[in-house]
Write a protein that binds this ligand. Sequence first.
Ligand code: ACM
Ligand code: ZN
Length: 761
Amino acid sequence: MTNKMKHKLYNIVAILFFSFYVSAQQNSLPLIPQPKSLVLTNGNFNLTSSTKIVVTAQSAKNEIAYFNAYLKTHYGFVLDVVYKIPEKDNYIIFKFPDWEAGLKENYHLNIQESAISITAESGGAGNFYAIQSLIQLLPIEKTNTLVIPCLQIKDTPLMKWRGMHLDVCRHFFSIDFIKKYIDLLALYKMNTFHWHLTDDQGWRIEIKKYPKLTQVGAWRKGTMIGAYSNQEFDTIKYGGYYTQEQIKEVVAYAAQRHITIVPEIEMPGHAVAAISAYPFLSCDEKQIDVERGWGVFENVFCTKDTVFNFLENVLSEVMNLFPGTYIHIGGDECPKTKWKTCKHCQLRIKTEKLKDEHELQSYFITRIEKFVNSKGRQIIGWDEILEGGLAPNAAVMSWRGTEGGINAAKQKHNAVMSPGTHCYFDHFQGDPIDEPLAFGGYTPLQKVYSFNPVPTELNDSEKKYILGAQANIWTEYILNEKHVEYMANPRMAALSEVLWSPNENRNQSNFIARLQKHFLLLDKLHYNYSKALYNVEQVPTASNTHQAIQLELKADSVLGNIYYTSDGSEPSIKSTPYTKAITISKNTTIKAALFKDNEQLGKVSQRYYDINLATNKSIALATPPNSSYNYGGAFTLINGVVASLPRTNNQWLGWSGKNLEAVIDLKQPEEIKTISVGFLKEEVNWIYLPKDAEVFISNDGQKFSSVGKMKLNNERFMEIIINPTKTRYVKIVANYYGLIPQGNPGAGSPAWLFCDEIQIK
Ligand code: ACM
Ligand code: ZN
């Protein structure tokens, strides 16, 4: 090797080492979302009460006030503002950018030992985001000298719409809490707050022209308690609303934090609270009560002119309060039952030459859009507004998956992604056994972090219609403010990084390492958050030997190490360390937990595996499940796990109006005696036990003969016990219930069939 080569090699090694060093150090900075570009340099800046803030021409008055208020609250001092660079070092200076105007969210933050400089557009959000990054870099402890590491950040967000939603109708939250929630959004550089202000269970915004909306519509006579399937209610009067003065205050508060509030006034569905105040708004004009329970209700806004007149008056007041471009008009979950028999609605269909009630919904939204557009604003609505034709300028909020957003973008309409799979923060974020009652789905932190809001199906010109994404917090099962925070944190942190940081900067372990430090900041700011991240997830997987299942235990390795037991004892660091998938070939309870330096971090995860003749054999389904309820595919039915209740969708397969027909190949003739299959009974959610179920056997997989019908042997297992018989193939046919009977939720629609496990013994 020549000297030159050696020198080159030395340089490469040095660069590699340096990059490693820098990225290792970056890991230690509790910055979320991760900046686009971050270079750590040497030394520290010492911020004390004698540090000056220098204002020259750049206007960041608002940000300076915000920063000083933060310092005052958390460290007990404020900084003097001066108008020329002081002779002595140690100041924070706001500078004009050298980039072309228009990148209002852009900022550079340069921290040197002598001074901190913030470069952003005058009055732009970039100044605010620089302050937020600076705040995240401050030490947690209250001291007189705040030591901040020297570095250079050049930062800009990936997406334009970085949103969080909050439902204040199912449960009501104080103005003080709304401000605290907005502060949380600000911490994560989110820029949109979607305020869900009206629904069946309460109207929450004062409208001067229609005082009964809040006098009557803001109050219900009781509230559903516990799980939806229990259908239990209390009789305590519940409600509340925001005055227009309070709303103006919140709008100004959000604006100071560069957050736009998108108000949502639901129409034509979710209108019961409005109708309870003004019965003329419905088709049959009957007096009804504000809803006490959750769901989708048949009383919706009628399509007669008096209703449009009312809505235009309401929207006029709303637009006077909220200066942002977008007004959310709902549009989701509008049953057409009442419209079908209403003379006004039927006349409307005729005179407007509409095909059916779906086109009537489209007429409704388009007419409202025209009005909103006439005031210089735009509408956004849930993806149902695509049905029957999209209003000409509407933006779509895609919640039933990302298809609605894709469809909108292909039609050259703006879209915001908010799919249930990744963005519904009312879903469970950990094993339901350990979590407070939630809406149902399973959306852990890691799932949120893996979200890609810009679907790969779209071409480059279509992609630009995807404005961004937001997470929704529906509050049916969220009774108080601490619980809202618990559902938001830390999933909002993950979403903020998805929406802000370039994909190539995203790394889950690195995020989790930063998040752990960031938890200290949430503690300091008195925000509640979930620690489900510290629990071990048990994921059974198929092995191709068909002998047993392979059990993967999951937790991010930056947190610590997993130890587990299979003898029923509690795990400790003396238990078996988890290194690779565990082979489970007989009935076993696995208990696992995460440990760091002797200390157990989260809860013990415990699950029983029932290993029977069906477990991990081959299974073929004649009809695939509905794509929304197909987690893990057919293997879910033979993975050894009987689902826990309440339902989370990662342990069930579901079919709408279809039968289950499963053939299990036992791989060799086996003596079988008992066949049992788990089904779900959740009739309020349209999920019914099968009408009947039958078992067939075969030795060749071609010709099957019946061994008889199954019987319900407890609340949800269908079972049959036969004389011991040798067979290789077992077929189960479970016929779905049929149409849902009158008087029940979903009456007249086909019932759903949900299955969690098939056991053959
Ligand atoms: C929705 O979750 N109904 C938009
Ligand atoms: Zn009507």
